[in-house]
Design a protein. Structure first.
Length: 343
């Protein structure tokens, strides 16, 4: 092994030991430079920093919190939120920084609301720290964009990009759910609705939970926009306002999809009720038509004297004809009322 290889492995070990997933330094022009280790990040933050630094941390690594406490200069409320596991999506002011709790879907998301995890973000003028416990889609899209050379002029630009990626991911989930709902709607209208009740209920629960988990609280963001930190510019406020408006549009799409799901549930329930009514009607018809023969067989089956036609050679056929006539009259009466639309 060469000295360069050993140095590279040492850097990777240091980076893994501190729980750093990725780190970037964005200069004043918004150009990103990858940081190989937390030591590089600490050196940058300890000097005369131009631009800002983004550190993405893995909270599943036990050393990540310890390093953040020692070097990142974050407020105690940020660490309290990490320890408490706060999941209420919001963006609020934390002293002279912004604190965001964003819920994102995991890589293996399969329309299960349990596959939603939390991303904690602290945004100041010179430092952005994001921390998660499981790999998440939206923040990974941000990492990919940075690797491809996207320019981010400020820390709020990075937060805005992350929020837009989250809105895009949520919109993608809505499209997939809408496509599946289209297929269910076609089958329900075609009469093949028996197996979709559980799936519709699951989709509706998913939409409710996504609306609650993935959408930042509008009131918290409104307070930030009304009283922002001093380092935020007017352009930064405009970006957050536009991001809030995008989430509002997504919220309306979720509400519209929930209404569609409810309509499909009502349609499916109506068809099931109609089938149950038809089954109950058929059962009632069979019971009514079988009443004469059951009553007659019960009466003539009693072991008592005086049973009519007991000694007549054709008594059986007389009783069979009588039962047939009575049953036919009952059937005629019932069918006439059904044809006339009477209960």
């Amino acid at each position: 092994m060469t000295l360069a290889d050993a140095s590279h492995l040492s850097t990777l070990d240091q980076r893994a030991d501190d729980g750093l997933i990725c780190g970037y330094h964005f200069d004043a022009a918004g150009t990103a430079r990858a940081l190989n280790s937390t030591a590089d990040a600490a050196q940058l933050m300890g000097g005369d920093l131009t631009g800002f630094v983004w550190l993405h941390m893995n909270l599943s690594h036990t050393a990540s919190l310890r390093w953040l406490r020692a070097h990142a200069g974050l407020s105690e409320s940020f660490f309290d939120a990490l320890v408490d596991g706060s999941r209420s999506a919001r963006i609020e002011r934390d002293e002279d920084a912004l604190f965001a709790v964003l819920n994102d879907v995991t890589f293996d998301f399969s329309f299960d609301a349990q596959e939603v995890e939390t991303l904690w973000v602290s945004v100041s003028k010179r430092l952005v720290v994001s921390a998660r416990r499981r790999p998440l889609r939206s923040v990974d899209r941000l990492r990919t964009a940075v690797r491809r050379g996207v320019s981010l002029g400020s820390s709020v630009d990075l937060l805005d990009h992350l929020l837009r990626d989250q809105a895009d991911e949520l919109q993608r989930i809505l499209r997939r759910a809408s496509e599946r709902l289209d297929d269910i709607e076609d089958e329900v209208l075609a009469g093949r609705h028996q197996r979709h009740g559980t799936e519709l209920a699951g989709l509706r629960r998913l939409m409710v939970r996504l609306q609650r988990l993935l959408t930042p609280e509008p009131s918290a963001l409104a307070r930030v926009l009304a009283r922002p930190p001093g380092w935020m510019s007017g352009d930064d406020l405009q970006q957050l306002t536009q991001a809030n408006e995008e989430f509002s549009l997504v919220l309306r799409d979720i509400a519209a999809l929930q209404d569609r799901i409810k309509l499909m549930q009502d349609e499916s329930a109506t068809k099931v009720a109609e089938e149950n009514n038809r089954s109950l009607f058929m059962l009632t018809m069979v019971t009514v038509l079988a009443l004469p023969i059951n009553l007659t067989s019960g009466l003539f089956g009693m072991n008592v004297g005086g049973i009519p036609l007991a000694e007549a050679p054709s008594g059986f056929w007389w009783m069979l004809g009588l039962i047939g006539v009575v049953t036919g009259m009952i059937a005629w009466r019932v069918l006439r009322r059904v044809r006339d639309g009477k209960p």
